[in-house]
Design a protein around this ligand. Structure first.
Ligand SMILES: Nc1ncnc2c1ncn2[C@@H]1O[C@H](COP(=O)(O)OP(=O)(O)OP(=O)(O)O)[C@@H](O)[C@H]1O
Length: 255
């Protein structure tokens, strides 16, 4: 069996202590094979953001393991974890997070600079190729303010891929875009997975967005409660309505 690009095993994150303890993740198991596109969905408070911050080595879990291409990041020193995050994990955020005073090309180069790599001719070529691949070959010299929201997210996607990461973690990547632009960004993400072999995990609230993925993992109370392969939006929306109802019922019973 191939080593998963991302695997979390028994992932547990408890915020607070004693009576105030909140288990945001509660023994989550999840594996993503290389070259796959996985959406993560769940009711509000089900642990999606906490999963992304732990999987992205931004936060240490209380218990459990996070393996990036087989390497357990929870065992690393802070310095090595930071290096791993810079070199092996790409991030795409809802709000794009581009640096406003850098051009598209300079924004894409940033992770290479942070990883201490030289921006030589080969690196410049890679940056240009990625900008071409996301449809912005003619916008390399533009500042973020000179680009539309969809174009800014394309720059952010190129930036997430520039180090050749094992995994790209996307947090509501189309949450700030209109539905037409969102569709083209999602189609781009899907094609990067299927044509370049990237591995993407995307947290989303939107069943239409989730339907671009190869599979959807559903979280409830910090655990995976189901998985849907080859999702279609209607079935995802139906499952989410069911999980929202279950969560509301549990909350009513607890009062
Ligand atoms: N820093 C924190 N301190 C205390 N509790 C927290 C903290 N971060 C998250 N939580 C709690 O952990 C649980 C999971 O939160 P999380 O943000 O991961 O859920 P989510 O599925 O991303 O929610 P949403 O869809 O509303 O963004 C929630 O009950 C939340 O209140």
């Amino acid at each position: 069996m191939t080593t998963p690009a991302l695997e979390v095993v028994g992932l547990t994150r408890i915020y607070g202590t004693g009576a105030a303890a909140v288990p945001a993740l509660n023994g989550l198991d999840l594996a993503c094979a290389p070259g796959t596109f996985t959406a993560v969905m769940g009711p509000s408070g089900s642990g999606k953001s906490t999963f992304l911050t732990c999987a992205g080595a931004l936060e240490q879990p209380t218990e459990g393991r996070v393996l990036i291409a087989g390497q357990d990041v929870t065992e690393l020193s802070e310095a090595r974890r930071t290096r791993m995050r810079r070199e092996r994990i790409g991030f795409v955020f809802q709000g794009f997070h581009l640096l406003p005073y850098l051009t598209a090309e300079q924004n894409v180069a940033l992770p290479l600079r942070l990883a201490g790599r030289r921006i030589d001719a080969a690196a410049r070529r890679r940056i240009r190729e990625l900008l071409d691949r996301v449809g912005l070959g003619d916008r390399a010299g533009h500042l973020p303010t000179q680009l539309s929201g969809g174009q800014q997210q394309r720059v952010a996607i190129a930036r997430a891929l520039v180090t050749g990461p094992d995994i790209v973690l996307a947090d509501e990547p189309t949450g700030a875009l209109d539905s037409h632009t969102a569709a083209s960004v999602l189609a781009l993400l899907r094609s990067l997975v299927h044509e370049l072999g990237a591995t993407v995990v995307m947290v989303t609230h939107d069943p239409v967005a989730a339907a671009y993925a190869d599979s959807v993992v559903f979280l409830v109370d910090g655990r995976a409660v189901g998985r849907m392969e080859n999702p279609v939006a209607e079935a995802v929306a139906g499952q989410m309505a069911h999980l929202d109802e279950l969560t509301a019922r549990t909350e009513r019973e607890m009062v």
